[in-house]
Design a protein around this ligand. Structure first.
Ligand code: ARG
Ligand code: ZN
Length: 432
């Protein structure tokens, strides 16, 4: 029996390097485009959105800010550049060959401190099955806290949406809880990686950190590393830049390319509106779905958040990239009545984060710092479930590697985010 257990634990700890994805991105480029004083912004946005070979990765946050757009190699590059020039923009080729980045990403990280706890390495990205077996192992072996494994439900392809509830050993009931998720957008790999690191800290407290005991004294913790397991797995095996889930419904058109998938962060049932930062077009990257909660993943998460709405005081959803710490609302420019509380806690958290490796984060409401987009998890958590401190966090970086953040940045990113989280918990304790 013991032998079996030891072998099991061992098997889990082996790093499985990711196999190369099927789809390649040779010659795909990312342009950074700065609108000029005379640029017709509407026209520029049309140029991007009406071109199937252009994929908008980032929109400007203020007047001196830029777009990041990925451009397919089949595009008439000279025409595209001509158009950019005609529109009075300044541009540079930011990433020359995406495939090169993707191949680099899969190389094992070297020359950095190899950080591993007993069961998983935090300097590598992992497949969904590896994440699941890790979570099982944590539930069985956690030393520092009580850990319970739970399932929110099944994804479209019937993968289990697994979360951990981490509580103080023998702790009394009736505490407030903090709910953390990642990986609602498939290609944002750093988000699940950071959630796994947080799980390790809470369940094992590897550095004997007194703050961890405090975090468990005051709060119960829910951790859902991958909201969108189908999309996540697809982004590993097939298409690195996949964003949506993998749902298909009869009746949805099969037009250009593939019309698989809904943007789950446009599908939540609070002021749902596909015309506000989403799309009614099934092929679009931000397709909002046929209706609010048309997707099993969003239904499962939404149900859980509202069922535990009076218990959960803070909801934090990790995304990438851009380094933004955002609070609701996403569906309107108006601010929540208690936004000063959310702003204060986020400001404290990002100040602490900055003190670790000097990473700068911007704090604000998502509409004001990014763009309006209805149907997000944060709006739903706050507006529908009454969870006061609801945040969407865009992790590293600010566009240099964008979604393809190298593995050697996982630990530093997780470190600084973990520090932010401690301060967030502490700030909420002081305020409430
Ligand atoms: N980048 C995220 C997205 O596009 C931001 C979400 C912010 N929240 C919101 N409710 N719009 O989904
Ligand atoms: Zn995202």
């Amino acid at each position: 029996m013991l032998l079996i257990l030891v072998t099991l634990v061992h098997a889990v700890s082996i790093v499985s390097a990711l196999d190369p994805p099927q789809e390649t991105y040779h010659g795909h480029k990312v342009f950074r485009v700065y609108p000029g004083a005379d640029t017709d912004h509407k026209e520029l946005l049309n140029t991007f959105t009406h071109n199937d070979q252009v994929d908008i990765w980032r929109t400007p946050r203020h007047s001196n800010d830029s777009y990041d757009v990925k451009v397919h190699p089949d595009i008439e590059i000279d025409n595209f550049i001509q158009e950019l020039e005609n529109l009075g923009t300044d541009y540079k080729i930011w990433i020359n060959d995406l495939q090169e980045l993707i191949e680099n990403e899969r190389k094992p990280s070297k020359n950095i401190e190899k950080r591993a706890t007993r069961y998983i390495r935090h300097d590598a990205y992992h497949t969904y099955p590896t994440i699941l077996s890790y979570m099982n192992t944590v539930a069985e072996t956690a030393t520092n806290a009580d850990v319970e494994l739970g399932e929110l439900g099944k994804s479209f392809e019937r993968r289990s949406m697994v979360y951990l509830k981490i509580t103080k050993r023998g702790g009394s009931a009736g505490k407030k809880a903090i709910f953390i998720d990642g990986g609602i957008h498939a290609r944002e790999w750093i988000a699940p990686a950071v959630v796994l690191y947080i799980i390790d800290q809470l369940a094992f407290n590897p550095y004997n950190d007194p703050d961890v005991s405090l975090m468990l004294d005051y709060f119960d913790w829910y951790l859902l590393p991958v909201v969108n397991p189908d999309g996540y797995q697809y982004s590993i095996t097939t298409s690195r830049l996949w964003r949506k889930n993998r749902s298909t419904y009869s009746g949805r058109c099969l037009c250009y390319g593939s019309c698989v998938g809904v943007d789950l962060n446009r599908n939540f049932a609070f002021n749902w509106d596909p015309n506000l930062g989403g799309s009614t077009v099934p092929c679009a990257e931000t397709y909002s779905g046929e209706s609010a909660f048309s997707e099993p993943e969003s239904r499962n998460l939404g149900r859980f958040l509202c069922e535990h709405g009076s218990e959960i005081i803070s909801y934090i959803s990790f995304h990438a990239y851009g380094q933004l710490w955002m609070y609701p609302w996403g569906y309107t420019y108006q601010l929540p009545h208690d936004y000063t509380d959310l702003e204060e806690v986020a400001t404290n958290a990002t100040r602490a984060l900055r003190n670790v490796y000097s990473s700068n984060y911007i704090v604000g409401s998502s509409t004001n710092v990014l763009y309006p987009a209805a149907g997000g998890t944060d709006d739903y958590a706050k507006g529908q479930c009454g969870i006061k401190y609801a945040y969407t966090v865009e992790l590293r970086d600010r566009g240099h590697f964008a979604f393809i953040l190298p593995q050697e940045q996982i630990v530093p990113t997780a470190d600084e985010t973990w520090t932010a989280l401690k301060t967030l918990a502490d700030s909420i304790i002081r305020k409430e």
